[in-house]
Structure formats: structure tokens, C-alpha cells
Design a protein around this ligand. Structure first.
Ligand SMILES: [Zn+2]
Length: 278
């Protein structure tokens, strides 16, 4: 496994290099990964935050060859460096934008939008776009077909669970997007945070099981306590997660409850959650 190194392009496969930004933290792990794909013509996936040393490392590696800058989504640790790198290199911007819910990078404008299975055909690689709403509604993963490496942004991370923030984040869509990924040939996941993940199908199935397991804990909590507010459910449903992360867990729990309500499996009355009468 190739370790995370900041400020330098690290080779992961014949076609892919990773440059990791020095923005490590509780939500970003060891920092945001930017991936550079290709040898003659290059595509950059997720330029990351605007940090001079990070941008310099990307531009230095890509010198004169960068044609496309793609973003998986427009959270502020993934897309803000797109504009300065585009201005420095002349590369074109690709990615989807949504209304700002307080978490979006509004500097990412003027990009060509992407649809399911849109492809970039370069001289030595093909990148296929897979729409993966869930973490946020404009999320896209990018499959480098020759290497069978799927660049997953925040759809899948290594070493931590993705936070789903409603309303732009949606748990039903997230689980459905994971299931769709099982239909593509992938040997490795290249996540937005962390190192490469081997055996992707096993990991995807584990993630689906993990989320559905969380929902089981919601049912068990409501069975035992009858009626609960979200803040009362968090420490019960996330009793395996450090309390310092509970404010983020509350967002994902909200996403679970919205999903279960839409499926008529729980009911809500003025912020109080309970199980339907049988
Ligand atoms: Zn994100």
C-alpha cells in the first residue's frame, strides 16, 4: 500500500498519481487526495483546497499536459483549487453544481456538467463518470477504465464513514449508489481521503451492511424507548462512535430517519420519532 505523502505526486498505477493536500483533520483524515490521470494528456480529479504548496505540486507534475479538471463534488475540501489551477494551465472544468446549502464551494463555476456514463477519451485512458448521489446530490465517481481504479471522492473513504448531510445528502440515494457501483469492473477504490482500497466489491457490501446495521439500532432504540428526539437517539445509535464526532453522526442519523420515514418504517411528530403502531 502506497502511504500518504503531502506535497508530492505519488505514483499509484501506470496511469495514476496522487497528490495529497496538507489539510488533515477529523473530517478530512490525512488530507484531500487529488488524482492526476494519464501520461501525455492529463486529467485532474478533485483539485482540493486552495493551499499554495498543494497547487504547486499539482501544477509542477502536470506541466503543460493538463487538459481536464474534474470534481467529484463541490464541498470546500474538494473543488476550490479548480479555478486557480485552470487559470494556471488552461484546463477545462468538469463537474456538477448545486445550490449552496452552506457547505458548497461557490467559486466552482463555468464547468461542463456530467451525466451517467459520460466518458473522457484521452490518448492513453478513458474516464467514465458514475453519478453517485448520497453524500451530496451532485456527487460523481470517476472510473479509470484501463486501470479499473474508481476515484470515489467522498462516496467512499478509507478509514472512516462518510457523513450524509440532508437535504443535499440522502441516505436512500447513498445506499442505491453503492449498489450501482457493484455493476462495474473495479480492482481498486481511490478515495478522496486515505489510501487505496483493495477488494472493492467486498468493501461496498460491507458499507451497505454497516448502514443497514445502523438502521437496526434505530429500531431497537425506538422499541425500547418508544419515543425519542434525534439528540436522544444519537448516543444510543452511535454508542460505538467517539462523543466528539456525535454532532456529525447526528447529521447522518437525520438522513437515516428521513429514509425510514419515507419507507413508512418510522413516524415523526414535531421532532419526536417513534415506531408505527402495528
Ligand atoms: Zn464531501
Amino acid at each position: 500500500m502506497v502511504e500518504i505523502i503531502h506535497g508530492k505526486a505519488v505514483k499509484l498505477s501506470p496511469l495514476i498519481h496522487r497528490v495529497t493536500a496538507p489539510n488533515s483533520g477529523p473530517m478530512t483524515g490525512l488530507g484531500t487526495n487529488s488524482y492526476i490521470v494519464g501520461t501525455e494528456e492529463l486529467a485532474l480529479v478533485d483539485p482540493g483546497p486552495v493551499i499554495a504548496s498543494h497547487i504547486d505540486a499539482i501544477v509542477e507534475h502536470a506541466a503543460g499536459r493538463l487538459k481536464w479538471i474534474l470534481v467529484t463534488h463541490t464541498h470546500r475540501d474538494h473543488s476550490p483549487a479548480a479555478r486557480p489551477i485552470a487559470e494556471a494551465t488552461g484546463a477545462s472544468l468538469i463537474g456538477n453544481v448545486i445550490a449552496n446549502d452552506g457547505f458548497q464551494d461557490e467559486t466552482f463555476t463555468g464547468a461542463t456538467s456530467v451525466k451517467q456514463d459520460d466518458c473522457i477519451h484521452a490518448k492513453d485512458f478513458t474516464i467514465r463518470a458514475l453519478l453517485t448521489p448520497g453524500h451530496v446530490s451532485n456527487h460523481v465517481c470517476y472510473l479509470v477504465e484501463e486501470d479499473k481504479i474508481l476515484i470515489t471522492g467522498d462516496h467512499m473513504m478509507q478509514g472512516s464513514t462518510v457523513v450524509i448531510i440532508p437535504p443535499a445528502g440522502n441516505m436512500s440515494h447513498y445506499i442505491e449508489s453503492l449498489r450501482c457501483m457493484l455493476e462495474y469492473p473495479v480492482d481498486f477504490i481511490a478515495p478522496g481521503h486515505g489510501t487505496l482500497i483493495a477488494d472493492p466489491h467486498k468493501e461496498i457490501k460491507r458499507l451497505i451492511k454497516h448502514r443497514l446495521g445502523r438502521e437496526k439500532k434505530v429500531f431497537m432504540a425506538l422499541e425500547k424507548n418508544r419515543q425519542c428526539r434525534l439528540k436522544e437517539l444519537v448516543p444510543i445509535v452511535y454508542d460505538d462512535v467517539d462523543a466528539s464526532l456525535h454532532r456529525w453522526a447526528a447529521l447522518s442519523l437525520d438522513a437515516h430517519l428521513i429514509k425510514l420515514k419515507a419507507e413508512d418504517k418510522v413516524i415523526e411528530n414535531e421532532g419526536v420519532w417513534s415506531l408505527p403502531l402495528t
